[in-house]
Write a protein that binds this ligand. Structure first.
Ligand code: HEM
Length: 213
């Protein structure tokens, strides 16, 4: 399993990334279809908005999980990280668009008031704004141009994920088990970053010395 993406031919690898984009957008398309055909329960706009917000959070989690997964199990999904990050961004953007168009009917004054007066929306907006430069610089050209600054800029994803989790917790009256699960997963993934150098150094020390050829 560890060698799975590497074992694919370059064409299959590329195809698998496009497949991930397609599969990743399915929940949005499915939710939209259910909403448009009157099959979403309760308030369909809210249901659709929630579905998009939750998938945004899931893709943020998947993006952050790539590195710990490689460190802990050797499974290397680095090739899929850009697609996962972009899917998270698109879901946040669709979540925001749904809020603006279907929830607030493009009433700019109401939207601005919400963003400035309701802390959970302010935090969500901050999360979205942080993801914008990351999405814009996710291409190979930007990676080459920015050099080491690229890595530093992309650390913003940790803050965006924390903002997303906080926004989720604050969007409900009572923080229940579902919110706690998301908060705990994101907290663990963020905690991994400072622990990582120690873990990897220990792993290197434990590795048996290579036999001379
Ligand atoms: C990183 C960015 C964001 C993430 C990860 C995110 C995620 C979520 C999640 C998971 C929920 C709750 C879904 C549920 O209860 O099942 C939610 C609710 C909500 N979000 Fe976001 N969101 C983000 C940004 C935004 C932005 C930019 C706005 C608008 C300016 C926004 C507006 C809302 C609203 C209005 C609700 C609650 C709707 C309600 O129950 O009345 N979110 N969001």
């Amino acid at each position: 399993m560890a060698g799975f993406p590497a074992a694919l031919s370059p064409r299959l690898r590329k195809a698998s990334i496009w497949m991930l984009y397609l599969l990743g957008l399915l929940p949005a398309a499915w939710g939209f279809w259910l909403g448009a055909t009157g099959r979403l329960p309760g308030n369909p706009v809210k249901e659709f908005e929630h579905l998009l917000g939750l998938w945004a959070l899931r893709f943020l989690i998947a993006t952050l999980a790539v590195t710990p997964l490689r460190d802990l199990s050797g499974i290397n999904l680095l090739r899929y990280r850009r697609a996962l990050g972009l899917l998270a961004f698109w879901y946040v953007l669709m979540h925001f668009t749904t809020y603006m168009v279907l929830d607030q009917f493009l009433n700019v004054a109401a939207i601005v008031e919400d963003i400035t007066r309701r802390p959970f929306i302010t935090i969500g907006m901050a999360g979205l704004l942080m993801l914008v430069p990351l999405a814009l610089t996710s291409n190979n050209w930007s990676i080459r141009k920015l050099g080491s600054r690229w890595g530093k800029l992309h650390r913003l994803v940790y803050v965006a994920a924390a903002a997303g989790a906080l926004h989720y917790a604050m969007s409900v009256k009572i923080v229940g088990p579902q919110q706690w699960i998301y908060i705990a997963i994101i907290a663990l993934l963020l905690a991994w970053r400072p622990l990582r150098p120690y873990f990897n150094a220990r792993k290197r020390r434990r590795r048996p010395p290579e036999k001379p050829a």
